[in-house]
Ligand binder design. Sequence first.
Ligand code: C2O
Ligand code: CU
Ligand code: CU
Length: 543
Amino acid sequence: MRQVYPISRSEFLRMGGLGGAALVGGPLLAACTSVVQSTAEKTGEVPATGAQVDLSLRLRVTTSEAQILPGALTQVWRYQGEVLAGDAQALQAIPGSYLGPVLRVKQGQRLRVELVNEVNEQTIVHWHGLHVPSEMDGHPKDAIGPGQTYTYEFTVRNRAGTYWFHPHPHTLTGPQVYRGLAGLLLVTDEEEQALGLPSGEYDVPLVLQDRTLDADNQFVYLPNGMMDRMMGFLGERILVNGQPDFTLTVERRPYRLRVLNGSNARVYKLGWEDGAPLTVIATDGGLLERPVERPYVTLGPAERAELWVDFSTFEAESERRLVSLEWAGSTAGMGGMMGGGMGGMMGGGFDSNPIPDGAAFPVLTVRLGQGVATPGQPPTRLASLERLQESGSVNADNPRRWRLGMSRMTWTINGRTFEMEGVARDEIVKLGTQETWLFDNTGSGGGMGMMGGGMMQMAHPMHVHGVQFQVLGRSVARGAERVWESVSQGFVDEGWKDTVLVLPGEQVRVTMRFEDYPGLFLNHCHNLEHEDQGMMRNYRIDE
Ligand code: C2O
Ligand code: CU
Ligand code: CU
């Protein structure tokens, strides 16, 4: 069951990877001036909209190497970006990281992206959180094979915020993200620009992921085989922007920290080690109406939170750790079997000791400079935020219910698993309407005989493509309060969301409007091992 990614070095060389040095760290734009070695000639057809393109990019999916730990380089997969036309600053490298690039766009811009597949399996890019036409969304049915190209063209309609992009080929999303394919997509708009939020080097992307590396410094995926597939991958160490033991050196002034939980399955309960509260200014779908304070922030896979932090309140030359605090863990009914230790029983030869789900662990260290303190305050009002009223839903009294469960050892949505083109009758919505959806995680798992009988439930970060939604309410079943109470103060439901963590025994009600684009979109669990297993369904927006 052991799978070590990515492909071998000889294969990597055969595929014409660039020299490692040019790829590890270094200014992205410099690395991108090299001639594209694409084998692709087949260019996707772009609908002739006649609209003028403001920014044209090429994104190559490549194999590469990165210095993650001392010693041997780690083989990774990497998006190599290149600006073909438009603002050269639109693509930025995260210094020292194989993740990315960071793509910066403005609301209203028309974007064209040529995706070139230079790896040895199919792939496709999904723009997580963006409101784009169905055929630009990176649905798994649009996955392209090695050597092929897919061309996207769409207008950025989203509000200012922190979105991201990652692969979405069915059954392969987990391993491809794991190898390194993930980038941030930052949208700005006029409303945001007028706020004067910390920018440039004071606007810091932080992508949180967990990984397990073997003795040769290579990524190991699903070392515990079946168990990892069922529960979702948990790694032995935390990487921030692809780096271990991440230290952020800051000046004593306000910062904007854009945090993405880019992990396959891990949930974070983010807080300062000393208990200082966090100020949150944005969630998945962009800026909140006003900053909110939380003792900690709970982030399920794919969720984002933007923190406004005034480091002037920290002592000069001090250090402070951002940690994930202890909580009751994302499973219920398993009697603590999720710890380490499962490897021997279920696994395939690699002795993995993942950081247990629910355990406390350090995420990163902030190191303060010695300069004078320049205190600041976040704007009291950040953005105008339209509140969707529940009464505006066509089905307010009878929400569309998605029962999260398990049958025959596979996680399901309303008892079903993914079908590439399949859409059930109760998965069709109408363009131009607002609906209320209920993610219902109260059913008993069933079918988990091997776990010693009884029910099993797990947290599922539910994600809907094509829209942003608002959380109307949450309720938790009697008996499931322990997990819920251990993280619920960290939910930030005040703004737009595209992913919501649904805890064991919980029901979450959300509302959204289906606008502009008819067609096929996805509704799935963003625990990537669950998704790859089929905890994903199409839904269709009909005109
Ligand atoms: Cu970020 Cu369908 O996923
Ligand atoms: Cu998405
Ligand atoms: Cu799930």
